[in-house]
Design a protein around this ligand. Structure first.
Ligand SMILES: Cc1cc2nc3c(=O)[nH]c(=O)nc-3n(C[C@H](O)[C@H](O)[C@H](O)COP(=O)(O)OP(=O)(O)OC[C@H]3O[C@@H](n4cnc5c(N)ncnc54)[C@H](O)[C@@H]3O)c2cc1C
Length: 381
């Protein structure tokens, strides 16, 4: 599993005691990064096991670079599916508007994962690096005695509220359904099926399944979190006037979960007095750029490196926040803008689809070049 014992080891983390709250993708990456650099790490996860609700995740080169630098390159390649392209689709006609080739992106590859597979890779990496994993352990900062406590508890983080005033998120008027359907022959392409006021993203994950995330604009509120099941008929109803190709996929959906999409402000304070936050705990994002987990991975790597490079943890926390806030804010703003672009109607829709088609023909690399700030970023440098 450990491809390369990296330059990451050593520095001021040696012998430090680090406690992580939350065993999601951000918390596990942070645990691994601190352990690799010589810290004694204990991770607390409230759930009794590292099981993830069935869903997919796109790990883009920027996130994968940090995981590779922590020694997980081989395991990632084995667990993920290398993506060939992203295809924006006209959900009504069922035809591709254009195709963005991903194979020319700088390595590591853009990959599709089942979340459980990625969590398993991270857990195994943590075990090998000597992280103490405490399951069924719901804790808060007051329970823990360490040189640094990292709150990686996701959107409902108590560590965030310990460091910041409570800021109420607002409902965006959008809901997301998530489902998996059988598709043993699906090609390794992410498709964004765009229709007025709604869209669906599909891509394959392990086990011959297709991950489906469908988003609809609507006023009826829904709670934030994957614990809420919905009727598959509601999803089908929302996309009833779309192409047979898409309704065929949605027709296979059996079990479906519903998530209300909320906008949260980026936390003002990310770290103070030996306590800090990362990932969704610090900056939840809408899913329209597929970056929440990637940003959590980047945060974890940068946090551990800032601490490794500083004798004073408070100074490290300041550097961490200063390095991460501008990038995270840019990504969140880009995700917010994508919702509007995917859901256009009427003349604006025709115009945007025509522009995409022309761009795909005349300058096929233009889109990927425009994404270089995101996918080309290398937190390991
Ligand atoms: C529809 C949808 C699709 C998405 N697709 C993508 C994608 O393709 N690519 C991408 O990068 N991101 C994607 N995301 C975003 C991504 O899922 C999140 O941003 C990411 O999982 C955040 O990771 P985290 O570790 O910060 O938090 P979480 O994954 O939420 O993990 C938090 C963990 O902390 C635990 N916990 C909470 N409180 C406590 C406590 N008190 N004590 C102990 N443990 C506790 C929880 O049980 C949980 O395991 C998507 C999100 C949505 C909604």
């Amino acid at each position: 599993m450990q491809d390369r014992e990296t330059e990451f080891s050593g520095g001021s983390n040696r012998g430090r005691r680090i406690c992580i709250i939350g065993g999601g993708i951000g918390g596990l990456t942070a645990a691994l990064a601190f352990a690799r650099s010589g810290a004694e790490v204990e991770l607390h996860e409230q759930a009794p096991a590292f099981t993830e609700v069935g869903a997919g995740l796109q790990i883009t080169p920027n996130g994968a670079r940090a995981l590779e630098a922590l020694g997980l390159g081989g395991a990632l390649a084995a667990a993920g599916i290398a993506a060939l392209a992203v295809e924006p689709m006209d959900a009504i006609s069922g035809r591709a508007v254009t195709r963005f080739d991903l194979t020319g992106l700088a390595k590591p590859p853009y990959r599709f994962f089942h979340r459980a597979d990625l969590i398993a890779v991270l857990v195994e990496g943590c075990r090998q690096a000597g992280v103490v994993l405490r399951l069924g352990s719901k804790v808060n900062t007051a329970d823990l005695d360490a040189d640094l406590v990292v709150g990686a508890e996701g959107i409902h983080s108590q560590t965030r509220t310990a460091l910041n005033d409570v800021q109420q998120p607002f409902f965006t008027g959008q809901v997301a359904w998530r489902a998996l359907v059988d598709a043993p022959d699906a090609d390794p392409v992410a498709r964004i099926w765009m229709a007025p006021g709604r869209h669906v993203v599909t891509y394959p994950v392990s086990g011959g399944r297709l991950n489906v995330v469908a988003v609809q604009e609507r006023q009826q509120w829904a709670a934030e979190g994957w614990a809420h099941q919905d009727e598959a008929g509601n999803l089908r109803q929302a996309f009833r006037n779309t192409s047979g190709r898409l309704t065929g996929i949605l027709g296979q959906v059996d079990e479906v979960h519903l998530w209300g999409l909320f906008r949260h402000p980026v936390a003002e304070t990310w770290g103070r007095d030996g306590v800090c936050i990362l990932g969704d705990a610090a900056h939840p994002t809408l899913p329209f750029l597929a970056q929440g987990a990637n940003l959590a991975i980047e945060d974890a790597f940068v946090l551990a490196r800032c601490c490794r490079d500083a004798d004073d943890i408070e100074a490290a926390l300041k550097s961490y926040e200063a390095l991460r806030k501008p990038r995270v804010t840019r990504a969140i703003n880009a995700a917010n803008a994508n919702a509007r672009k995917y859901h256009l109607s009427g003349g604006a829709r025709t115009l945007a689809h025509t522009a995409l088609k022309v761009m795909g023909k005349v300058a096929p690399n233009a889109f990927m070049n425009r994404m270089n700030w995101l996918y080309g970023h290398d937190v390991t440098k």
